[in-house]
Design a protein around this ligand. Structure first.
Ligand code: IPE
Ligand code: MG
Length: 221
């Protein structure tokens, strides 16, 4: 979800107003994804690199995130399973509890799974998996020859979930910025200049139509 800051700056507003608008867009697009039958939708809310930003901006983003959790919790009947991707341990224990209980309380919902990446980094995800595998090797539970792609995947934050099919990057940037790098090895990409707060149901339709026209061969012919 990129372009919040520029959206605000274009209007002469502080960046946090852009994040507030971006959060509204996020809720709107989640509802739309559910409506049109998307089974898994992942959103990159905050990266392991975003801590470099001024504290005021970081605090504003975390606050929006916390508000969102409270919102979702107040109508858990929306049938959306929520999973957080990333290292939760940096957040206050209160926020961590809210995150874990939302994951727990929504885990039986199967209409749609919403993956929200917060304090997430693709490289960090892989390091986190490798550390756990290294422990298994040290204990003698497995030997190094048994390490394969499936095992690495099974220790990622996305364990048990399908790989990424399609990535939409708004705001004119053409890079992945450390998002789900392992899981998107064969993903299709779509870039649009639209800033995230301006992203709409129509933009998503346009992107999906483009995706539908692509032939996916996964290295085959
Ligand atoms: C939101 O957009 C992405 C987050 C890290 C929350 P930005 O804040 O990166 O907006 P731009 O790129 O400065 O416009
Ligand atoms: Mg940006």
């Amino acid at each position: 979800m990129d372009g919040n800051g520029r959206w605000a700056e274009k209007r002469g507003l502080p960046r946090k107003f852009g994040h507030r608008e971006g959060a509204k867009t996020f809720k709107k697009i989640v509802r739309y994804c559910k409506k049109i039958g998307i089974k898994y939708a992942s959103f990159f809310a905050f990266s392991t690199e975003n801590w470099k930003r001024p504290k005021e901006e970081v605090d504003a983003i975390i606050e929006l995130f916390e508000q969102y959790i409270d919102d979702v919790r107040s109508h858990v009947d929306e049938e959306v399973r929520v999973i957080f991707l990333g290292d939760k341990s940096v957040f206050s224990s209160e926020l961590q509890k809210k995150m874990v209980s939302l994951e727990e309380d929504s885990k039986e919902f199967d209409k749609m799974t919403l993956l929200l990446a917060i304090n997430y980094g693709g490289k960090d995800d892989i390091v986190h998996s490798v550390k756990q595998i290294a422990k298994l090797v040290r204990e003698g539970t497995i030997n190094p020859e048994q390490i394969d792609e499936g095992l690495v995947s099974s220790f990622l934050y996305t364990k048990g979930l399908p790989d990424v099919d399609f990535i939409i990057r708004p705001s004119g940037e053409q890079r992945i910025s450390n998002f789900l790098i392992w899981q998107s090895a064969y993903a299709e990409f779509y870039f649009t200049d639209v800033l995230w707060p301006d992203f709409s149901e129509r933009e998503l339709d346009k992107a999906l139509l483009d995706y539908a026209s692509r032939g996916r061969r996964f290295g085959g012919i």
